[in-house]
Design a protein around this ligand. Structure first.
Ligand code: HDE
Length: 713
């Protein structure tokens, strides 16, 4: 038996249990002799109420679930660190940003917003991007999204937005989808949502991977330096792997083939040492520039174009450890935009101000107690001393008789910290105003930046937005809602509205039927602020397009290539591509008509990791068919053509060598392949290293969207 020498040892034994080499016990530490049979009156008799072991086990099981997050319920997370690369002490006194090379432990959680905990990863949705920094000065949470703006300007509308997007209340349909009447009804009456709508209808809402998403703090925050001077700041995460998406048809198929696609991708990348990495950047706006722009810095439906204020990189985040236990860590982690450290402060953004209330409140109902900060994943590494006491599931055993301040009996402890001692103080902002329920006129432009976003997209990306809107509105049953949305779209771009209308068999209404903001019903449109469109001083911004985005890097690290094999496959060709992919930290996976050993032309064997039954093109980034003797059998396989069809349709790289290239000529899409399609890599010879290199170069371009018919033209 263990004899606990000190508190620390005891603490560890409580919190860490890997369950190996241990006796099975009850929660009270009693060793269990039989875990298979309940206590009964005779072998065939009734169970006895006395069976405290059974009751404890079943009671615990009955209470295993906690309420899922009301939004962002579906998510995945990982541990890692943040490292300062470019300290900014002149702007902030935050210790974790002050010193070059300083590393701070972090836990990041990525999520969808609308779906339930068990819903698919690939829903069309914004993604949460929340990072908890365990700093020496206390917890700092940057609770961000992968989209830099939000649907609404005021926290008061958040419950309405979420009620509208969640499954409809009468039948709880549809799950994890915005393509339904209540969402678009709300949107059609909220022109302020139009900028965010452009983002969620773009491919940003269907990322290839959590590791290939940007993150944005959305709101304007403040930085404060040692001299108590403040600047405004916007936070950005820039992914090392670039910002990439899948196709919408692909997203829907992935949802069926592998709803855990993003979760698995993050997990596997970390397990195989491909540690996801982002740079943290700041856009710094001097206090005197607060009113300089055509938009209001406090309006969360606006971004600050990088052309106006460039992003300065301050550090990097690397995620290098998967959680040990999903529930204990990813599920119980409690983020809060109000968890800040000295040197960071809030702005008066009315959405942010509402969030500052919401996140503590939600933890009380979700985690069940004001002691949620004591759950291991939420614990500060900075010591916690205060007079908060008791409550459900209190872990801390506070000693002594003093639980109040000021006190003399406890020597005055714990005592307040002066600012010089690291005590937090809010920015000394002067506020002198009337109490009003009003929205600032500077928030009235709802279309200027929606236009900026749309104009910054490439033709292919514009086409995807048209398609997404046709899909979403096509699922809306109420014609009047569709028409109202078309009216709003026409204020962003008339061609966009017309192209969407074409798909809906509808007509774009004349401009300006836009009831807004103040509880106006569709029938009674008067009496509200008139929306205006202020042209952005920046007409297009590269950073807003995923294709022209400067974060894109020509890496294929951690990408997966399907290598289609059958008995008689060329061993040299398989090894050639596998070797070349490995050099780039990418992976070739063998797919064959059956699992197990595939005999090669050299009488060797390669192991099939997937069969056509367990794999699908949508789970891979590219496809390669090596030459070989068994190709005739493959050429008759319908599954192969479905595989190739999807790869072609989703604009992926397809390669084949030797006789295998002839298989492509019998594919249904063969006649569509154009000579300038750089994503089709074929050679009639046996593949060489040069072929593998061409294949990899094509993969660095990610997708060949030009293959698709352009719906915007
Ligand atoms: Fe959240 N949000 N939110 N949100 N949010 C929550 O907190 C809320 C908003 C974001 O991985 C909830 O612990 C209100 C913007 C992320 O655990 C809840 C408003 C942004 C996550 C909540 C917003 C976010 C949440 C649900 C408008 C981007 C997941 C569970 C005033 C900057 C964090 C929870 C995680 C989670 C409220 C708007 C990001 C209910 C009231 C804007 C990434 O408190």
């Amino acid at each position: 038996m263990k004899n606990f020498q000190d508190e620390k040892q005891r603490d560890l034994s409580i919190n860490k249990s890997d369950g190996t080499n241990k006796f099975l016990t009850t929660d009270q530490g009693l060793r269990i002799n039989d875990d298979n049979n309940s206590l009964k009156a005779g072998e065939r008799g009734p169970s006895l109420l006395e069976d405290f072991i059974l009751r404890e086990k079943i009671t615990h099981f009955d209470h295993e679930r906690i309420p899922e997050r009301i939004v962002h319920a579906r998510g995945s997370g990982a541990h890692g660190f943040f490292e300062v690369t470019n300290p900014i002490p002149e702007l902030t006194k935050a210790g974790f940003l002050k010193e070059k090379g300083l590393k701070t432990p972090v836990f990041a959680r990525f999520s969808t917003v609308a779906g339930s905990r068990g819903s698919t990863d690939l829903a069309r949705d914004a993604r949460g991007f929340a990072v908890k920094f365990y700093t020496q000065e206390g917890i700092y949470d940057l609770v961000a999204n992968n989209i830099p703006v939000f649907f609404i300007q005021d926290a008061a509308k958040f419950p309405d937005l979420i009620h509208a997007v969640k499954p409809e209340p009468h039948n709880e349909i549809p799950q994890a989808a915005s393509a339904h009447d209540t969402f678009w009804d709300f949107i059609s009456l909220m022109p302020e949502s139009m900028h965010m709508i452009m983002w969620v209808m773009s491919d940003r809402a269907i990322p290839r991977s959590y590791r290939m998403m940007e993150g944005f703090g959305v709101h304007t925050f403040r930085l404060i330096n040692e001299q108590e001077e403040s600047v405004f700041v916007k936070f950005h995460w820039k992914p090392k792997l670039g910002t990439h998406a899948v196709a919408w048809d692909e997203a829907q198929k992935i949802s069926g083939k592998n709803p855990d696609f993003h979760r698995e991708d993050l997990w596997e990348a970390i397990e195989t040492g491909n540690f996801p990495e982002w740079e943290l950047g700041v856009q710094v706006i001097p206090a005197e520039d607060e009113n300089k722009y055509e938009f209001d810095l406090l309006d969360p439906t606006k971004l600050v174009p990088e052309e106006l204020v460039p992003v300065t990189i301050v550090g990097r985040m690397v995620l290098n450890k998967n959680p040990d236990n999903f529930f204990a860590e990813t599920e119980q982690i409690a983020f809060h935009p109000g968890h800040i450290v000295p040197g960071i402060d809030f702005s008066n953004d009315p959405l942010l101000q509402g969030r500052l209330f919401s996140y503590t409140d939600t933890q009380l109902s979700r985690l069940g107690s004001p002691n949620f900060h004591e759950i291991p994943i939420n614990r500060s590494v900075a010591p916690v001393h205060n007079n908060q006491r008791d409550g459900h599931m209190r872990q801390e055993i506070n000693k002594g008789r003093v639980s109040y301040h000021p006190n003399s009996l406890g020597g005055g402890c714990p005592y307040q910290a002066q600012i010089e001692q690291g005590g937090f103080s809010s920015f000394n902002e002067r506020v002198d105003a009337h109490k009003v329920r009003e929205r600032s006129e500077s928030f009235n432009d709802h279309f200027g930046q929606a236009k900026l976003f749309f104009n910054s997209q490439t033709p292919e990306e514009k086409s995807h937005i048209v398609k997404a809107l046709r899909f979403e509105l096509g699922k809306v049953e109420t014609t009047a809602i569709r028409v109202r949305v078309l009216g709003l779209l026409s204020q962003i771009d008339t061609t966009l509205a017309e192209k969407v209308a074409l798909g809906l068999g509808a007509t774009v209404p004349p401009i300006l039927e836009t009831p807004i903001n103040k509880g106006v019903s569709p029938e009674n449109e008067g009496g509200s602020q008139e929306p205006q469109t202020i042209e952005s001083s920046v007409s297009a911004s590269e950073a807003l397009s995923m294709i022209t985005n400067p974060t894109n890097s020509p890496t294929i690290a951690s990408r997966k290539v399907a290598i289609i094999c059958s008995d008689g496959v060329s061993e040299a060709a398989v090894l050639n591509i596998k070797r070349a992919l490995k050099k780039e930290d990418a992976k070739g996976c063998i797919i064959a008509p059956h699992l197990g050993s595939i005999v090669t032309d050299a009488d060797g064997a390669v192991a099939a990791e997937f069969s056509f039954l367990t794999a699908s093109s949508v789970l891979f980034d590219a496809v390669y068919i090596p030459h070989g003797l068994g190709l005739n059998a493959l050429a008759e396989n319908d599954d192969l053509f479905e595989f190739l069809n999807d790869a072609y349709k989703h604009c992926k790289v397809i390669g084949a060598d030797g006789e295998a290239s002839e298989i492509l000529s019998s594919a249904p899409f063969a006649s569509k392949i154009t000579n300038d399609d750089e994503g089709i890599i074929l050679t009639s010879e046996a593949a060489t290293e040069g072929f593998a290199q061409d294949f990899i170069t094509a993969m660095t371009k990610h997708r060949f969207w030009q293959r698709e018919p352009n719906l915007y033209n």
